[in-house]
Design a protein around this ligand. Structure first.
Ligand code: HEC
Ligand code: HEC
Length: 470
């Protein structure tokens, strides 16, 4: 079947003036990805700004939260009592070390001694016992019995890091209809120097880079009904795209709720996500998670003195929550350029918007008033999709199966290189640029990817111009 845009492109190449599919002008306000929370900054600090509509009097609270996100935590006991208690096992000593400049992490360099800014999740299949059933309900996974739910490759003195993480790559070729080729790299995880014995023989692994921190309070403020309205678990409309919500445990409420955060939407809200980050990534306890991530098999880890009970006080947790809710989203660049408008048209013609939902309006009642009633353009439906075998981690997380991932929000993605100095995308950073990220799409996104494979060079560059304007 001929691709519907071809006649238009042909008309343009032949220099014909009329093209009935000329891209429409940008929509009013389209540049403001986060409504009045959008930030007019496009430099290397573009992801670190408070929402533009945050009142000056509240910017101090933002800065206080920022300091706990950025500054390193230290080993207890210490004179820095507010920020001690690191470890005994941890991945790194500050949130910002993974969420680099409030942006994304990247896979480790071949010679790196630790794997920051990624983490490796571990779990084993459930055995059907009531104990496992309860664990699945509350944790979404059965953690590896000795190493727990996450591999910590750092430790305080006197303790052994759990192991060392490396990622190797194997090439995989994709060919466009016009004959041009792209070599993709398929990651292979290697864990060495295991300090606490063998891993369970059925251990499942999931490598994840730290995602960007922008606009998270706005994603939290999308009404649940609006997200669920996009779900189509049985593919009732026959478009090949399902989209299912994850359903996860809410530690504070003690019930199962909609999942929104993390690469598989395994966390319900920002506070719980932050609490789990403190505990699993830095070995810091809080009132919601009062124990370090030490398993029963790690007696030394359990016996280590801590930095107070809890190590992260309620007020620090509240500061960090305020911070993570109020990082603004950069306004778009070049929305009016012809290439960007053509790219947007191609984005829709390829069917990308079937999952990368262009816009939502946030709820009227929200945690902070600045987050309410905003027309936002996150380019995500926050739902899970089967992305095919190529991207699968083979590991369930609550309702998400081993082939499903949450649609990654695309806002701000064009500033990744400026902010983070790299362009490594997807949950494990395997894609080295935006085109590679698209070419890894499979499963429910196979049809969209196939349409991109039919694009010629001009169409591909227009699509990328659009993505880079986000
Ligand atoms: C070792 C690296 C690392 C550290 C340290 C880290 N994170 Fe993360 N963070 C991640 C990864 C990886 C994810 C995705 C997790 C997933 O898919 O389940 C994530 C996800 C998040 C998210 C959800 C983002 C989204 O788009 O869904 C928030 C919020 C967050 N982290 C906050 C924090 C806070 C607060 C801290 C410090 C207390 C912190 N993180 C420390 C790696 C890290
Ligand atoms: C079936 C749903 C679906 C469709 C259709 C789809 N995507 Fe995605 N997209 C996803 C999911 C899910 C992810 C996250 C996958 C992962 O990290 O493994 C993603 C990730 C991405 C990323 C990387 C984001 C990041 O933060 O690393 C880009 C870029 C992207 N998609 C662009 C596109 C474009 C362009 C199209 C259309 C050609 C498209 N997508 C079609 C679901 C979809």
């Amino acid at each position: 079947m001929p691709f519907p845009l071809r006649p238009c492109v042909l008309a343009l190449t032949l220099g014909l003036a009329a093209c009935d599919q000329a891209p429409p002008p940008a929509e009013p306000g389209e540049a403001l990805s986060a409504g009045s929370a959008s930030v007019r900054q496009a430099d290397q600090n573009a992801f670190s700004q408070p929402s533009a509509n945050l009142a000056p009097s509240r910017r101090l609270d933002f800065s206080v939260g920022n300091s706990f996100f950025r500054n390193p935590w230290v080993i207890a006991p210490s004179t820095t009592t507010a920020r001690d208690g690191l470890g005994p096992l941890f991945n790194t000593n500050a949130c910002q070390n993974c969420h680099i400049k409030d942006g994304r992490g990247h896979p480790p360099q071949p010679d790196a001694s630790t794997a920051a800014s990624i983490l490796v999740r571990l779990s084993i299949p459930a055995d059907g016992s009531p104990a496992h059933a309860e664990q699945l309900q509350r944790q979404g996974v059965i953690p590896e019995p000795v190493y727990g739910g996450q591999l910590q490759d750092m430790s305080i003195p006197g303790h052994a890091p759990e192991g060392r993480v490396r990622v190797r790559y194997e090439p995989r070729l994709e060919t466009f209809a016009d004959g041009s080729r792209v070599e993709l790299r398929q990651p292979k995880l290697e864990i060495t120097r295991l300090a606490y014995g063998e891993l369970h023989p059925d251990t499942r692994f999931s490598v994840r880079i730290a995602p960007p921190m922008i606009g998270l309070g706005l994603l939290e403020a999308i009404p649940e009904a609006a997200i669920l309205a996009g779900a189509d678990p049985e593919d009732g409309n026959g478009d090949g795209i399902r989209g299912v919500p994850n359903r996860v445990w809410d530690d504070a409420r003690g019930e199962t709720v909609l999942g929104r955060f993390g690469w598989k939407a395994g966390q319900p809200d920002l506070n719980q996500q932050n609490v789990h980050a403190f505990a699993s990534d830095m070995g810091l306890t809080s009132s919601l998670l009062p124990h370090d991530e030490c398993t029963a098999a790690q007696a030394d880890c359990r016996a280590t003195p801590d930095g107070g009970v809890p190590e992260v006080s309620a007020s620090i947790l509240a500061s960090v929550l305020f911070y993570t809710r109020n990082l603004g989203v950069p306004a778009r660049r070049d929305v009016d350029s012809l290439a960007v408008r053509r790219g947007k048209q191609l984005f829709h013609q390829a069917g990308c918007q079937q999952c990368h939902t262009p816009s939502f309006t946030t709820a009227a009642e929200t945690a902070e008033p600045e987050l309410a009633n905003q027309l936002i353009r996150p380019y995500s439906d926050l739902l899970l999709h089967d992305m095919g075998a190529g991207l699968a981690d083979g590991r369930d997380e609550f309702q998400a199966n081993g082939r499903q991932w949450r649609t990654a929000p695309l806002w701000g993605i064009g500033l990744t290189e400026t902010v983070n100095g790299h362009t490594q995308y997807l949950h494990d950073g395997r894609a080295r640029n935006l085109l590679e990220a698209i070419l890894w799409h499979g499963g429910e996104a196979q049809a969209a990817k196939s349409r991109v494979l039919d694009f010629d060079a001009e169409q591909r560059s227009a699509l990328l111009a659009f993505l880079n304007s986000l």
